[in-house]
Design a protein around this ligand. Structure first.
Ligand code: ADP
Ligand code: MG
Length: 358
């Protein structure tokens, strides 16, 4: 449904989008994830014909966006980072305006009614857009996107500035739209794409660094085997016990003290959940466990890991994302990410320990 090949955008000497290629099939919900400044909005703006590309090609539903921009744009609904709302129009006026602008031919009243039902804005239909809450404004933006029933829907940071309840509502709405549309959700929030998308494309510094099923990224982030444990008791004895305990492959004290409690970084063996047995062992010894926290991974850690792995694959660059999506690569990602964070945590913990022992 969407096919991007060797897309480039430069601003003067600066390359904002650096030779990216990917495809999105009909009915897919794909997350376009990357830190601020990665080139997400630039890519979305080119994809929707808002911005011209420096090089490369874009096809929407088999139509080249440069050759037939109007034809291609008819198939796209776009919610840019700054939704194009007119605050002095009522919702009704605005949706009528969007309907006319898009040259929509569907039954006007029925179509707009249905959309208002889907995005839940019937109760504010006659209100001025400027008077609506941020959450409602966003829904009106989404309503505009749906006019003309486009096959492809693109959202750029759709939940920015919303409160937690509104965020959940908008995410649910996007997920529901994904049932019968092709959707690209561009965001810098990992949880957002995890919650909504089947597949995640990660972009960093204008380049695609990963193209994976969501479950592979999620597994990498969530199956953490590392914990920080806060335990009351003599530090050396507790540490010795932790290091001898079956199922624990690594334990180091962290430079944190809270009364008679010390904090330790613990890593368990693959496939073992040591939390319960750790609790019982500590209880037996009379060393209360007063805190146990899973050490997750930040988005930055994930980028670094993937970028590193990418460096080794530079020679495969011509084949790009197709290669990485092979079964082996999918299995590897989680392992690579875990390994990398464990290493960096170990060295951090070790240097603290070294200093304390001197
Ligand atoms: P994202 O949406 O991922 O946060 P953008 O696509 O907005 O990133 O921007 C990518 C990079 O391109 C940033 O470094 C940004 O400063 C730069 N950039 C964006 N638009 C322009 C412009 N019109 N002129 C010069 N640089 C720009
Ligand atoms: Mg952006």
């Amino acid at each position: 449904m969407i096919k991007i090949e060797h897309l480039v955008k430069t601003y003067g000497n600066f390359t904002a989008v650096d030779d990216i290629s990917f495809e999105v099939g009909a009915g897919e919900i794909v997350g376009f994830l990357g830190p601020n400044g990665a080139g997400k909005s630039t890519t979305m703006n080119m994809l929707t014909g808002y911005l011209s590309s420096t090089a490369g090609s874009i096809e929407i539903d088999g139509i080249d966006i440069l050759a037939k921009p109007l034809e291609a744009k008819k198939r796209i609904g776009y919610l840019p980072e700054q939704p194009p709302l007119y605050f002095d129009m009522t919702v009704k006026e605005y949706l009528d305006f969007a309907y006319d602008l898009k040259g929509c031919r569907l039954d006007r009243k029925k179509h707009i009614d249905e959309i208002c039902e889907v995005v839940k804005i019937k109760d504010v239909y006659h209100k001025l857009i400027g008077h609506l809450s941020k959450g409602y404004k966003q829904r009106v933006g989404i309503a505009q996107v749906l006019i003309g029933n486009p096959k492809v829907i693109i959202f750029d940071e759709p939940t920015i500035g919303l409160d937690p309840k509104q965020i959940i509502e908008i995410r649910n709405l996007i997920r529901n739209l994904g049932r019968d549309h092709t959707v690209i959700l561009s965001t810098h929030i990992l949880q957002e794409v995890q919650a909504v998308c089947d597949r995640i494309i990660i972009i960093n510094k204008g380049q695609i660094v990963a193209d994976e099923k969501t479950e592979n990224i999620t597994r990498a982030v969530e199956t953490s085997r590392r914990f920080s444990a806060k335990i009351c008791g003599p530090q050396r004895e507790v540490l010795a016990m932790l290091r001898e305990k079956p199922g624990i492959v690594y334990a180091e004290p962290l430079a944190e003290r809270d009364g008679d409690a010390f904090t330790y970084m613990i890593e368990s063996d693959v496939g073992i959940d040591i939390r319960k047995t750790l609790f019982y062992t500590l209880a037996e010894r009379g060393w209360p466990l007063i805190g146990l926290e899973s050490l997750g991974m930040s988005l930055e850690d994930i980028f670094i890991t993937i970028v590193d792995a990418q460096g080794q694959k530079k020679n495969d660059k011509a084949k790009n994302s197709r290669v990485k999506r092979g079964a082996d690569a999918e299995r590897d990602v989680a392992a690579r990410i875990m390994e990398k964070t464990a290493q960096s945590q170990k060295s951090a913990a070790k240097s603290i320990f070294d200093r304390r022992d001197d």
